[in-house]
Write a protein that binds this ligand. Structure first.
Ligand SMILES: Cc1cc2nc3c(=O)[nH]c(=O)nc-3n(C[C@H](O)[C@H](O)[C@H](O)COP(=O)(O)OP(=O)(O)OC[C@H]3O[C@@H](n4cnc5c(N)ncnc54)[C@H](O)[C@@H]3O)c2cc1C
Length: 423
């Protein structure tokens, strides 16, 4: 089959790779001049297979207002909120208060996480990609006794699903992270031993090149505009090149992996994808002394900031902000991220010299991504991966390829079904 994939982020590129591996002719449409240039660009770089959880978390609902009001709080809301923001917030509340839903969705996401890890390992064996990738574990620091208590519950769930993890004392944390000599509060940590890291942007670009070598056509600087449906089938897609020329591209099947920009392509065919751009920020900087930085990746629950080693660089990331597609980078957000890093890894990098970035998590109001057949027989969706698209990309690419080929997917996809928002 000839399959068009819309979107050259990490999800679109892994999807293209899996489809090419199965012998399909694949064309990727990407409006930027390189792959992975939107949300996949400078994220927290964690491949956190054991951490994945749904956005609509009932435990967070009552913490949300204090978090918004606290200057250093991890959640921010732009005032006055837009209609889209309010719709997203109310939908989130509805899912958070649906009895049992969070637990079911979390397990579904963790199963996809386990599968994604397997697929990443296979992909890294097959292709020699350079992206500062590693699987040296991930630490969630506990800066309060309460946090440590919550990690005990998570530890039992991970045991039940066969995901390796350990509860660490503060001494064991310092042994694992000798550069962590800062004065941030520390009661222990949960170690996700088989999780990993990697530069998602470098990976997406390297994978795009590898795919092209294997025969995938990646068309950059083209905007996919409209799917043309003919009864129960999509027959073609219209696209506009950067010099304004319109084209119509026919194919046997279409996959939408356009992240935050997926809805306007699918909605005219009768399916609403309520994906909201949840903003975050990052700093990336070469380390002055790598021995004083993290050995892998840590989540500092004090500020909800993630610090990750990427080779000799440090990537520090934080904030969940509801501000629509606003791309401003306020100094106050960067100051909080810097404060977190300094409280754990003082002097490891000149944070004032860091490259700054903001991006939008393509979030569904419940949390699981949207993976499956869309509103036409040959239209497929692999989008809406929210906080965990880098982590889940390799696994979701494999399962959408299985769906396209009419195989039983490796994991149950009920939690990810595209039609769930109108049920
Ligand atoms: C601050 C922050 C930290 C994060 N940290 C992590 C992390 O540590 N681990 C993790 O797993 N995930 C993390 N994420 C989430 C992760 O980055 C995303 O889930 C993932 O990048 C989504 O990939 P994507 O390919 O779906 O979307 P994108 O990377 O946004 O790709 C979509 C692509 O589609 C293209 N496109 C859209 N519309 C069209 C069109 N009409 N025509 C042509 N091209 C189009 C866009 O240009 C874009 O390149 C983080 C996100 C943020 C913001």
């Amino acid at each position: 089959m000839h399959i068009v994939v819309v979107g050259g982020g990490v999800v679109g590129m892994t999807t293209a790779y899996e489809l090419n591996r199965r012998g399909h002719a694949v064309t990727v449409l990407e409006r930027h001049s390189v792959a992975g240039n939107e949300t996949s660009k400078a994220n927290a770089a964690q491949r956190s297979y054991g951490v994945v959880y749904p956005w609509a978390d009932p435990a967070i609902v009552f913490k949300a207002i204090p978090w918004i009001l606290k200057p250093d709080g991890p959640l921010k809301l732009r005032f006055p909120p837009s209609v889209e923001t309010l719709k997203f917030m109310f939908a989130t509340l509805r899912y958070a208060w649906s009895p049992g839903l969070f637990g079911l969705n979390r397990r579904a996401m963790l199963r996809l996480g386990i599968h994604s890890r397997e697929r990443f390992l296979a992909l890294e064996q097959e292709l020699d990609l350079s992206f500062d990738g590693d699987h040296r574990g991930l630490l969630h620091l506990a800066s309060t006794r309460e946090a440590l208590g919550n990690y005990r519950v998570t530890h039992s769930l991970l045991n039940e699903l066969g995901i390796p993890s350990r509860l660490l004392t503060p001494e064991q944390v310092r042994e694992a992270e000798p550069g962590m000599v800062g004065n941030g509060p520390l009661y222990g940590a949960l170690s996700y031993d088989t999780d990993g890291t990697g530069d998602c942007h470098q990976f997406s670009r390297a994978l795009a090149k590898a795919c092209e070598t294997k025969g995938v056509t990646v068309r950059y600087n083209v905007e996919a505009e409209k799917l043309i449906a003919d009864g129960q089938q999509v027959s073609a897609i219209t696209l506009r090149t950067d010099d304004g020329i319109m084209e119509t591209l026919e194919a046997d099947a279409f996959v939408i992996s356009a992240g935050c920009w997926s809805n306007h392509l699918v909605q005219p065919l009768g399916l609403e994808l309520p994906i909201y751009p949840v903003k975050g920020y990052s700093l990336t900087v070469p380390m002055i002394d790598p021995k004083r930085g993290p050995t892998s990746t840590i989540h500092d629950d004090n500020y909800k900031v993630v610090s990750t080693r990427l080779g000799n660089r440090l990537r520090a990331t934080g904030f969940v902000e509801l501000a629509d597609f606003n791309r401003d980078i306020p100094e106050a957000r960067l100051a909080t991220i810097r404060k977190s890093v300094e409280s754990r890894f003082p002097g490891c990098a000149d944070l004032d010299a860091a490259e700054t970035w903001t991006g939008f998590r393509p979030m569904t109001p419940d949390g699981p991504a949207i993976i499956g057949r869309g509103p036409r027989d040959n239209l497929y969706l692999n989008t809406g991966h929210g906080t965990f698209g880098w982590t889940l990309s390799a696994g979701s690419a494999d399962v959408i390829a299985q769906v396209i080929e009419g195989e039983e997917p490796a994991i149950c996809l009920d939690a990810f079904r595209p039609g769930r928002f109108s049920e």
